[in-house]
Write a new protein. Structure first.
Length: 191
């Protein structure tokens, strides 16, 4: 029986190939897995929902045909009426681990139709520190049928959403119909 002898060059090449294979395996095992879909965080009005680094709570929601808001600069009361319905959702938020805010809201009615906030009254993009709460009234102009119940969606900033991302959905089962709502300004504290 003959015994095969390997030359130092062959042994060195074999060890180098083994090292490359092991190194490639270690790199693959340490690679971060990035999700390729959005995660939806769900909750109900009155509960805190954490999505995208922001803790959000929907306090109350009202439907009306008349809203009033005091102008920050002139202190004049602006009154707006609509032939359909105003939907006013009082939202409070706080940063989770760093300053954050909800950059974009949407209202989805029971039929799945989605509405953007009204541009008649803009809300401010106010960042809240962790543990610091802010609140605001988010205003939607929607058909009467859409202002009875639905879901407030908390969307990431911009349309070029980077992955991974979290979308918040807060179910609002009871919207209270009232004659008039006086909109509160964006300010510190829970609403």
């Amino acid at each position: 029986m003959s015994r095969r002898r390997y030359t130092p060059g062959a042994v060195g090449t074999g060890v180098a190939l083994l090292g490359v294979v092991l190194l490639a395996g270690v790199q693959e095992a340490n690679r971060e897995v990035i999700p390729t879909v959005a995660t939806t965080i769900r909750g109900t009005a009155g509960e805190e929902v954490t999505a995208g680094g922001t803790v959000v709570e929907v306090g109350e929601a009202w439907s009306t045909t008349v809203v009033e808001q005091t102008d920050d600069i002139t202190d004049e009361v602006e009154r707006a009426e609509t032939p359909v319905s105003w939907l006013v959702v009082r939202v409070s938020w706080s940063g989770q681990r760093e300053p954050s805010a909800v950059p974009q809201y949407a209202w989805r009615d029971a039929d799945g139709v989605e509405y953007s906030p009204s541009d008649r009254y803009g809300f401010r993009y106010q960042e809240a520190q962790p543990g610091e709460w802010w609140h605001e009234d988010v205003l939607f102009e929607v058909p009467v049928a859409a202002a009875t119940a639905g879901t407030l969606r908390l969307l990431p900033e911009g349309r070029d959403w980077a992955l991974p991302m979290e979308v918040g959905e807060i179910t609002v089962p009871d919207v209270v119909a009232v004659d008039e709502v006086v909109l509160l300004p964006t300010e510190p504290g829970r609403g």
